[in-house]
Write a new protein. Sequence first.
Length: 240
Amino acid sequence: MALYRDEGVVLKTVKLGEADRIVTLLTKRHGKVRAVAKGVRRTKSRFGARLEPFMRDDLLIAQGRSLDVVSQAASLSAYAGGISMDYEAYTAASIMAEIVDRIVSAEQEPAPDQYRLLIGALAALSKGRHKPGLISASYTLRALSLAGWTPRLDSCVVCGRRDDLNYFSIPAGGSMCSKDRTPEARPVELDRREELEALVEGDWPILDRGALDATTRQIVEDWGEYYLERRIRSLHLLDS
Ligand SMILES: [Zn+2]
């Protein structure tokens, strides 16, 4: 069997048979990879906890006929340690993993920008650099922006004017003036637009000043679900 080496982050795992798991990974050079991790559910697994969600590993993978097989895994960053201890951080990491799993839909297609964004966000989460909800909200908008869905915030999506931007339409892709607003466009204040802008830019000095406004949070959530065309399950853990 051909072997390849790459580094990757575990996005999710599902049980396979008695002792194995199928691990979904986002790798640096091979994009999304699904591989079997043999024996990981045994207490004496040679992989230990290295193939749990949010671990970043150096991997040796054997190409299989249908599914690849993880042959070796060495931990590069134990993000999972700092994340699994904290419910909010864990929820934020789950949102991020679910989103990138959706955005990078094809397997074995390199997505280096998405990989870089993900490991940056996981590192920030595990070190508690910012509030988990801010990290996942900013991640959501930035990951979607990389995929081509950047909200237009500084001008009306219809006429291009830069003032009177008091509405925001998710299907239309951003801000609207009061003349062009469509019925589904929601009213947004300037502060909310600035907050969204800071999330897209990753402008932490502004974001760290406080908690995210509920309207902004809703827009981020709806933006993600609209453009990924489905409910992001992990997002709703925050609402309950
Ligand atoms: Zn307009």
